[in-house]
Structure formats: C-alpha cells, structure tokens
Design a protein around this ligand. Sequence first.
Ligand SMILES: *Cc1c(COP(=O)(O)O)cnc(C)c1O
Length: 464
Amino acid sequence: MNLPWAEPYRIKTIEPIRRSTRAERESWIGSAKYNLFNLRSEQVYVDLITDSGTGAMSSAQWAEMMLGDESYAGATSYYKLKETIETVFGFPYFLPTHQGRAAENVLFSAMIGSGPESGKGLIIPGNSHFDTTKGHIEFRGAHAVDCTIDEAFDTQVEHPFKGNVDLKKLDAALSRKDVKAPLCLVTITCNSSGGQPVSMANLREVSALCRQYKVPVFFDSARFAENAYFIKTRESGYADKSIPAIVKEMFSYADGCTMSSKKDGIVNIGGFIGFRSQEAWRKASTFNIMFEGFNTYGGMAGRDMGALSVGLREACELDYLESRVGQVAYLGQRLTDYGIAVQRPYGGHAIFVDAKKFLPKVPKEEFQAQTLGVELYLEAGVRGVEIGALLADRDPDTHENRYPALELLRLAIPRRVYTNAHMDYVAAALANVKERADGIRRGYRVAWEAPIMRHFTVELTPAK
Ligand SMILES: *Cc1c(COP(=O)(O)O)cnc(C)c1O
C-alpha cells in the first residue's frame, strides 16, 4: 500500500485554544458589528481568517532569531537573506519591507508614481489582483485590469491552472492606445481566484508577450512555493524536477517580484521586493528609505530577516509542501463528501466555499459569503473570511457596489498550525450550517464603510 503523507515535523510547543458557547458567540459577533475582523482571537476556536503571518516557525527559524544582527546598516541577517533570495529566486537585488503591501507601496511609487493622480491613464494588467494590490493601484488613480482565464470564474470547472492569464485579454490590454501599462503583475498563486496556480507555460508566454510590448513583468509571489508544487504535480514535464529548480525557472520569467513573507516565507511579519535590474532597484530604494527604512533592513528586524532566510528554504522542501497542500485538500475533500460546493480543484492555501450555491436564498445585495461566514462562526467558533462583494468594494468611478462573479467564503489554513482533527471539526460545523441553509434567507446591510478596502472595517446590521 502507498503510505499517506504525514507532517515532516513533530510538535514541540503548544498554544491552548478554547471553545465557546453559541450564546457567547451571538453576543460577540453582534458587538463586532457582524464583521469577523472585529472579533478578538480568544473569541475564535479555529481561526481560518488568513494564512498570513499565522504560520508556526521551525526550531531552525527560532534559532536564527537568536542570531539576529540588529545593526542599522549592513547587518549579517540582511546578507543571509540576500543570499537566500539570490539562490532561491535568482534576483541579484532586493529591498526588505515590513510586509507585502509595503513592497507594493514602494514598487508602485517608483513605477506608477506616489500621488493620488499619478496613475491616471495607467493600467496594471495581470490575473486577479490581491486586495491591497488593487488598493495601491486604485489609490494612485490607475486601474487594475483582470486578465484571468474565464475558467477561474466557475467554481465547478476542473482546470489545473485557474490562475493563468488569458493571453488574448492581456494582449488586448497591452495594445490599448488610450492607456499605458508600466508593468504587468502576475499573482502566484492567484489568491482572489481561489489560491489557484499559474502554469510554467503561462508564465513563459506572459513574459514573452510583455517583452514584445516592452512592459516589465513582476510576480506577486506570496505563495510561490505552493505554485511550484502544483507545477510539479500537475504540469507535464515537471514531475521529476525539484521544487528549487521549478522556482528558479518560474522567476526567470520575471523582471522582479513583490513578496509578502507572511505566507510561504513562514514568518509572522516581513516582505521584500526582488529586482533583476540595478537601475530599477536604485529607483525604488529611494522610496524604500522614505517609507520603510534603510536598504539593509527596510522595516524588518534583523532577527526577522534571519528567520525569513530559513523559512524561504523550508517552504521549498517537498515533504513540507506535500503535507501543506495535502491538508488543504483534506479539508476540501471532507466538505465535498458533505455535498458542499467548493472551488475546484482545491487551491494551495485555502478552501473556498461557494456561498452562492450554499445560500441561494440570500440576495447578493445582502452579501452571501459574509452571511455564510457569520453563520459558520455562530455554529462552531470557526472564523473564515468573505471573498465577495464586500471585498470587491465599490467601483472607483461610479461608486456602485461591485458584484464579483463568485461569492466565496475562504477558509485559509495557517502553515504547520492545525491538525486534521481541526479540519474534521470545521467540516462538520459547515455541514451543520448546510442542514439549516434553507432557513437562512436574509443577510446583512452596510451600516458604515471606509472609502476603499471596506471589508476590513465595515460595520453591518442584519437585513430585515
Ligand atoms: C498577503 C498578500 C499581499 C499583501 O501582503 P501583506 O503582507 O499582507 O501586506 C499581497 N499579495 C498577495 C498575493 C498576498 O497574498
């Protein structure tokens, strides 16, 4: 018999978590204005709000923390990270930042401009942009153009690389005469379309097309290692290649990258920008010094740079990726067994529950995915996050609500944190909600919202 995967680590330290009663949760979620971001973490039993910064570090990473060099300039920890980034990604230049959105801020300040009008007439094409990425683009008056393949927008279509860029859509965007593209941004894996990977062939083709238009390609690479694992297991010609070799080839098609290290870096905070060109690095470093810190720390403590230099290499270990992606698929399979529609195939870091199929009676104007998120919390103290109309914000020009093709409840799994018993608990909780789904007919109305990125801080009231 083939042996199943099992975690390539054992547990040395535990952190207690506690279950609560339904009455407690009803009171807490009301005080939180039905926004799961407003809950205290002690009010949550299994926290799947994000896989960002929530991973468990290894003993090797903790050891590296003690070796952290906190020198302002030229710290040893900076050079450890520099060497790792050059080895893993092949980028000779990089800037540390305090997290991924800071990397976006610095890079876009250099490439789009830093004022609210500086992006007028500019577009940033790519696959579905991450929310903070879109926020940084729109804040500058530029537009994010989503060129993801159509298959990504149907949760039930089986396509191995739903993060792929549609080359026809990209060509149409790049050939427009009324707007210019200062860069193309490919998100790997594509978070907003369900943690779906981009194939090597697609990365190669995007790179070639952009080169014709002389547009640089950057990868938003928070989950680069999970993407590499999917290339190895799903794309022909890569089964026998090592993860580090696949990662190297992926990034050979990019001029640079932004990275939130809180995901596949397996650290709690941190980020960076990688560059192939010294000139681009120099231009961005002025903004890095202004917004983040001097080039050899840029918003990160020395110890965090050290832990990241270890985490990036650990993330490329095949045994780790097998158990990581395997656990996500385990949850996906449990939900599928209960007849719950989730994004197929299963993504790399999260399972995305199709809320339109789960709660068909709730009108889209009352936020189906958010409603499902609140119901799951009430049921069992499990916290997911809405990827739907609240996240999509209003159109910056018309101020109308934007209703995306998909209303998803994302259950993001922190790295090396929960066991499959926790996954069983989550799946059973959602199955219980499904049993009473027919009676859930109303959702929520917005009582207060911020002008952009409203989903973090929105206040809701039950619709009546
Ligand atoms: C998390 C993330 C970001 C933003 O990074 P932060 O570290 O949260 O600021 C950008 N892009 C993608 C794809 C991400 O997943």
